[in-house]
Design a protein around this ligand. Structure first.
Ligand code: DGL
Length: 274
């Protein structure tokens, strides 16, 4: 493995671009490969076996493009597939963890709200976080059906998105939450609207920057860090429709980028979405 090899990043869709932004900030010299599995988003309503199969197939695709490390930029895929991925592949694999620890340290009211998919809230990882921090602070998990879909169509501030967010956020505020954890990588794109709804006095936290720092540490230890003085590149693939993905990735990445179709031979599970 060579330090100039790229880093592979994937998500059920475009949400992981929020993590990719932080990776780019932390590691300007790295070449980045990003796969949006948008044909299968949201993962939240798929079976564990399906998410595992997709995660393995996408990781194999990224390895075929010489990825030196993998970032699972999806809380749902982390919960469903991280154990399998780590037992199968030997390169560094960095995964998401909802930012409950910094939220527990930040809260003054002692109440923390966690916005995530229902699959993430039910995962072993989250149950462990709950057990670790739930004695000191009250942790309120809030499943948010429909939000991933709104980000997948690029609707970050429309009426439908606002109504959904109010429905999920306001009850948490009524129950005293002064800190909100964005436990799904799609949600940071909704943070401006979430802050409009919460007003000042509520802290909104996600774990993208922490994941980028962790990736930096792992590459450093493995002596796989690219020279920070070079200018890294990005390549994007989607399993979804290109005419939708192209403008959406450009909107969220804030640059006019080319998006390619994932090769169909990695299309594990397309006909078995449950
Ligand atoms: N971005 C994914 C996450 O972090 C979305 C989940 C889904 O597709 O259900 O959980």
């Amino acid at each position: 493995m060579n330090a100039l090899n790229p880093i592979g990043v994937f998500d059920s869709g475009v949400g992981g671009l929020s993590v990719l932004h932080e990776i780019r900030r932390a590691l300007p010299g790295e070449d980045l490969l990003y796969v949006a599995d948008s044909a299968h988003a949201p993962y939240g309503d798929k079976s564990q076996q399906f998410i595992e199969a997709r995660s393995i197939a996408i990781t194999e695709f990224l390895l075929s493009r010489n990825a030196k490390a993998i970032v699972v930029a999806c809380n749902t895929a982390t919960g469903a597939a991280i154990t399998t991925l780590r037992s199968r592949f030997s390169m560094p694999i960095i995964a998401m963890e909802p930012a409950v620890k910094p939220a527990a340290m930040n809260t003054q009211s002692g109440v923390v709200g966690v916005l995530a998919t229902s699959r993430t809230l039910a995962s072993d990882n989250f149950v462990k976080l709950f057990a670790r921090y739930g004695d000191d602070v009250r942790i309120l998990g809030q499943a948010c059906p429909g939000l991933v879909e709104q980000v997948e169509v690029g609707d970050l501030s429309g009426d439908k998105t606002r109504v959904l967010l109010e429905q999920y956020v306001l009850p948490l505020l009524e129950r005293g939450a002064d800190t909100l954890v964005l436990g799904c990588t799609h949600y940071p794109f909704l943070a401006p609207l979430i802050r409009e709804i919460t007003g000042s006095g509520v802290t909104v936290i996600d774990s993208a920057a922490a994941v980028a720092r962790q990736l930096h540490r792992r590459l450093e230890v493995a002596e796989l860090l690219a020279d920070g003085a070079r200018i890294g590149t990005e390549c994007f693939w989607t399993s979804g429709a290109l005419d939708k993905a192209q403008p959406l990735v450009a909107q969220l990445w804030q640059a006019d980028v080319e998006v390619r179709s994932l090769p169909s031979d990695i299309d594990v599970g397309r006909n078995k979405p449950v």
